[in-house]
Design a protein around this ligand. Structure first.
Ligand SMILES: Cc1cc2nc3c(=O)[nH]c(=O)nc-3n(C[C@H](O)[C@H](O)[C@H](O)COP(=O)(O)OP(=O)(O)OC[C@H]3O[C@@H](n4cnc5c(N)ncnc54)[C@H](O)[C@@H]3O)c2cc1C
Length: 289
């Protein structure tokens, strides 16, 4: 593997300074489960790797009345070992449970999954469903952006030179809310999603009507998608098959997948509908619990 310099700063300011000084030939490292492989295969050739795991702001994990604050370097394991997060932000913990195996989950962060910006990344549809916002810091200060606007193309995102993803914020969950993420893969585990769908719903007090919904879809376009129309079509509708089918049709309509070794365009569009239905049904079940 190509040699590189390694720094592990303990403050956000020094990390940003080192990244700026790296002058483009620098990559942040959280868990390294994507990055090290990309360096090994020559896809990325940084002269400097800045380990961000020792920075306190990137290790925050708090659930409170304002919602969930998730530091960008927090591992998948730390996330799903938190019972409150499992209960309130189930779509996120569903995704964390299926990113690689145990060893990968002990290292891999949701922030790294997002910054790697793969179209099939498992955490991104879940983050979109949970209405997550990215907090980004750089030499010009900090800014916020919705997760659905973060990825711009396969492997590309809005991060400018010198910027770091600091944390992800998810709003507090209203009463009668539930969420779910699931994917289709040809094997039982350790594979890349053919399609992945995250859904979040809030029901009224009776549990019989949708108040709101959000659906995120992965692996059917160059970037993970917020299925806006499929989400908004459910607002105020009764919870029944007819309503869910409206969302299913709207989700299928925005899927523009490619044919590759994992599936054809037709298959992926079909699976988008199947998984949207299943993600909604499980989210509804959880909202009623
Ligand atoms: C065996 C194996 C199985 C896998 N299975 C899955 C799977 O099932 N589903 C899935 O979605 N992924 C899978 N992955 C990919 C990978 O594990 C995930 O994408 C993981 O979440 C990446 O997180 P990380 O912390 O290791 O990121 P890193 O490898 O540390 O970083 C990934 C990218 O993001 C950048 N980056 C990281 N943190 C920041 C930050 N705070 N600010 C700015 N840039 C940053 C890095 O520079 C790099 O370009 C698998 C990988 C392996 C090796």
């Amino acid at each position: 593997m190509r040699d590189f310099e390694y720094e592990a700063p303990s403050t956000l300011a020094s990390a940003i300074e080192q990244i700026v000084q790296g002058n483009g030939s620098v990559k942040a490292l959280a868990g390294g489960t994507d990055l090290i492989d990309h360096i090994r295969t020559g896809r990325l050739r940084p002269n400097l790797v800045v380990d961000v795991k020792k920075i306190p702001e990137l290790n925050v994990l708090e659930v409170g009345s304002e919602g969930l604050r998730l530091g960008a370097a927090v591992s998948c394991t730390r996330i799903y070992e938190n019972a409150e997060i499992c209960e309130k932000y189930s779509a996120l913990t569903d995704a964390c449970h299926i990113i690689g195996g145990i060893q990968v989950q002990n290292r891999a962060s949701v922030g790294g999954n997002l910054c790697n910006s793969g179209p099939a990344a498992d955490s991104i549809p879940a983050l979109i469903a949970l209405d997550a916002t990215c907090v980004i810091a750089g030499p010009q200060g900090s800014r916020e952006i919705a997760v659905e606007d973060f990825c711009t193309a396969p492997g590309r995102n809005v991060l400018e030179s010198g910027e770091i993803l600091v944390e992800l914020n998810m709003p507090a969950r209203p009463a009668h809310s539930g969420s779910h993420y699931l994917r289709f893969i040809p094997r039982n585990e350790m594979d890349i999603a053919v399609v992945g769908v995250g859904a979040s719903v809030t029901l009224d007090d009776s549990g019989q009507n949708f108040v709101s919904a959000r659906i995120g879809i992965g692996a059917v376009a160059p970037t993970p998608l917020f299925a806006k129309e499929a989400s908004e079509v459910l607002f105020g509708l009764p919870v029944n098959e007819e309503s869910i089918n409206k969302a299913v049709e709207a989700a299928r309509a925005i899927a523009t997948p490619i044919t590759d070794m994992r599936g054809t365009i037709e298959f992926r569009k079909h699976i988008t509908g199947v998984l949207t239905k299943r993600a909604l049904e499980k989210a509804i079940e959880r909202a009623r619990q």
